[in-house]
Design a protein around this ligand. Structure first.
Ligand code: ACO
Length: 332
């Protein structure tokens, strides 16, 4: 089978930093509580005038430059987001307009924090089965600050805004030692939707909003359940993808977990036996950026030299749905 490679990567976060000290002035919390329970010190938050598509646009420009291709070479845009600019049309269409590459197909996928892993699987299948397409822009982006209840201390301290983009391209090699996306494994359990959800303006949302209150439309989370399930599912999908590729964790050079909570990541590292130096963590200054978390982390890991050419990386995600996914990537 031919390979699909990550030809370029880029990310973008808003300038505005929201520190734990800032949050102390907004809700009944402390820097110490947030750091001990989550590991997060600060996060980036959009201005009201900054949209998800703006984050996508900036990240996409960097990914295209890194891939050394023109926007005219892009054949499809997929945006993974649960905070689209509007209910419709898709944020991908708005990004297409901003990039100026009209006529190519565009769509969004809604898989919360697992969105990026799902999107690279979708894009990979397009490239392997549709030989007309050569380059696909895949963007994971969320402006979670727009759906967080800023009066709910148990959720508002966790999230940040951002976008990460990759250019996926078909490559003619079929050797697993060459750069490429070697495998992707995704899954979901729709019986657990209540664990983490946002009614927003969905059809289940109360129509008499004045009676129920605007806060009903924001993110709701059963924190402890999410915590336990995230560890269980991320460990399982990591083990499964390693097993089916006849690999062990010793073969992996860098693990990029979804950046939700330091304690979740530490528990996974302990259970799977990942040495600390192989686990890349940037949630201290990003918080949980949802669908953007993994591509932002990969980009940062490359920039600081934690991922080198030829390295085998394992990315693993967990999110609302509940959903999960993992991918094995040989870096370019
Ligand atoms: N500051 C101070 N106290 C707080 C805060 C806060 N920000 N938030 C909650 N508390 C209080 C609670 O009210 C509770 O007080 P009580 O004992 O008087 O009732 C106490 O702290 C303990 O609350 P718990 O919810 O039991 O705290 P826990 O140790 O479970 O930590 C946390 C909460 C951090 C949310 C944890 O459950 C967690 O990380 N869960 C995973 C959630 C997650 O990462 N979600 C991200 C989205 S999903 C994803 O991306 C994978």
């Amino acid at each position: 089978m031919k390979h699909v490679i990550i030809k370029g990567i880029g990310s973008h976060v808003p300038d505005c930093v929201l520190s734990n000290a800032d949050l102390e002035g907004m809700v009944d919390t402390t820097n110490e509580w947030i750091i001990t329970r989550t590991g997060i010190e600060s996060r980036r938050i959009c201005l009201d005038t900054e949209m998800t598509s703006d984050l996508c646009h900036e990240a996409a420009l960097k990914a295209l430059e890194n891939a050394n291709i023109s926007v005219c070479d892009v054949d499809l845009i997929i945006v993974a987001t649960v905070t689209p600019d509007m209910q419709f049309p898709s944020t991908a269409c708005i990004v297409q307009r901003k990039l100026g590459c009209v006529d190519i197909p565009c769509f969004d996928i809604s898989v919360a924090c697992s969105g990026f892993v799902y999107a690279i699987d979708v894009a990979r299948n397009f490239l392997l089965n549709n030989l007309v397409m050569k380059n696909i822009l895949v963007i994971g982006a969320d402006k979670f600050s727009s759906i967080v209840d800023w009066e709910d201390r148990s959720t508002c301290v966790l999230f940040g805004d951002g976008a990460g983009a990759v250019v996926l391209s078909r490559d003619n090699t079929n050797d697993d030692s060459e750069p490429g996306i070697l495998d992707v494994l995704i899954g979901a359990d729709g019986r657990r939707t209540q664990m983490l959800y946002c009614l927003g303006w969905g059809t289940m949302a109360p129509t008499e909003s004045e009676k129920v209150g605007k806060r009903e439309r924001f993110v709701k989370m059963e924190g402890r359940e999410v915590f336990k399930e995230a560890i269980k599912r991320m460990c399982a999908v990591m083990e499964d993808i390693l097993l089916r590729n006849k690999l062990t964790i010793e073969d992996i050079d860098c693990v990029i977990p979804h950046q939700a909570n330091m304690r979740i990541i530490s528990a996974i590292a302990e259970r799977i036996g990942v040495p600390e130096e192989k686990m890349f963590i940037n949630l201290q200054h990003m918080g949980n950026t949802s669908a953007a978390s993994i591509p932002i982390a990969i980009d940062e890991a490359v920039q600081v030299g934690r991922i080198q050419s030829g390295d085998l990386i394992l990315v693993v995600s967990f999110g609302a749905g509940i959903t999960w996914g993992a991918s094995l990537i040989r870096w370019k």
